[in-house]
Design a protein around this ligand. Structure first.
Ligand SMILES: Nc1ncnc2c1ncn2[C@@H]1O[C@H](COP(=O)(O)OP(=O)(O)O)[C@@H](O)[C@H]1O
Ligand SMILES: [Mg+2]
Length: 277
């Protein structure tokens, strides 16, 4: 049993609640995901868009499940047909982004910007001519990308007059991505986005179902939150999946520390004081 610094015993969450894994964690296996219509419809549309060699954007607030959708999409595209490359925008420079694109296309990511652009263009041309693995680039946190860097996506499209590309790009980002794609200097990129999907935060009832699902996949046989606790989670987290995870997990930890088998609203209130807003 893990010991706190002051020496008191902190019961293991799993043992206390009879779970086989720690619930409400950030990482979740694609097969364990909550298959709510909100996500499954977006996922089906994205799969269709990519199957048609087109590009898409997913727009939604932080904690709406965008990165989760990208992971599910990567999982759903058969390895025999697609080469999927996930890129998270941090501080991508033009050269970094070109390197990522080159890797996605299976090319050597060597050289400076100009050389990389030529490599990418040649590779696009040869991919067009031969039937092979279709590259898919998933660009997460795309609202944070610099406009001049995003504009590079144009080089993927130079040859094809048609809107179908050799490469499908799926951009995921917060609402600033929509504004970014409205800029005049990104018009050529925006024209390639054949499908826009949006994700929203959960309602009160959905929040409850989400928590119940996350507890059930961790092995809970009964609901570990009472009704008022579910409401309190919703009131605090406002449907943001990441905030729900943190608050629910902290509530369970406090319940376990107090040897309580069910989380009530008082424990959620106590947990709220201990998690970042
Ligand atoms: N479909 C889902 N089923 C179960 N948990 C999910 C699902 N989508 C997201 N999550 C959980 O919510 C957290 C936040 O979702 P994420 O996709 O990272 O949101 P965003 O990228 O929009 O900020 C994830 O770390 C994961 O634990
Ligand atoms: Mg994300």
């Amino acid at each position: 049993m893990p010991r706190k610094k002051n020496g008191s015993e902190r019961p293991d969450l799993r043992a206390h609640f009879g779970l086989h894994v720690i619930p409400m964690t950030r990482e979740i296996a694609v097969r364990d995901r909550w298959k709510h219509d909100i996500y499954e419809e977006v996922l089906a549309d994205l799969k269709d868009t990519v199957a048609q060699r087109r590009s898409a954007a997913i727009i939604g607030p932080s904690g709406a499940g965008k990165s989760g959708i990208l992971r599910s999409l990567a999982d759903a595209l058969p390895e025999a047909r697609y080469r999927v490359h996930y890129v998270k925008v941090t501080d991508l420079s033009k050269r970094d982004f070109c390197r990522e694109i080159a890797v996605a296309l299976g090319s050597e990511p060597a050289g400076y910007y100009g050389a990389l652009v030529r490599t990418i263009q040649q590779r696009c041309q040869s991919l067009l001519e031969q039937e092979s693995l279709r590259p898919v680039i998933l660009l997460d946190e795309a609202h944070d990308i610099r406009p001049d860097v995003l504009a590079i996506l144009r080089v993927l499209t130079n040859f094809e007059m048609d809107s179908r590309l050799v490469v499908s790009v799926v951009l995921a980002g917060q609402s600033a991505l929509r504004q970014l794609l409205r800029r005049d200097d990104l018009e050529a990129v925006a024209r390639r986005i054949a499908h826009y999907a949006s994700l929203r935060l959960l309602s009160r009832q959905e929040t409850r179902h989400y928590v119940e699902h996350r507890l059930a996949i961790a092995g809970a046989k009964t609901d570990l939150f009472d009704s008022a606790a579910h409401d309190a989670v919703y009131e605090a987290a406002q449907g943001n999946l990441r905030a729900i995870n943190r608050l629910a997990l902290k509530s369970l930890e406090i319940a376990a520390a107090q040897r309580s088998k069910v989380v009530g609203a008082d424990l959620v209130a106590a947990a709220r004081l201990k998690v970042q807003p």
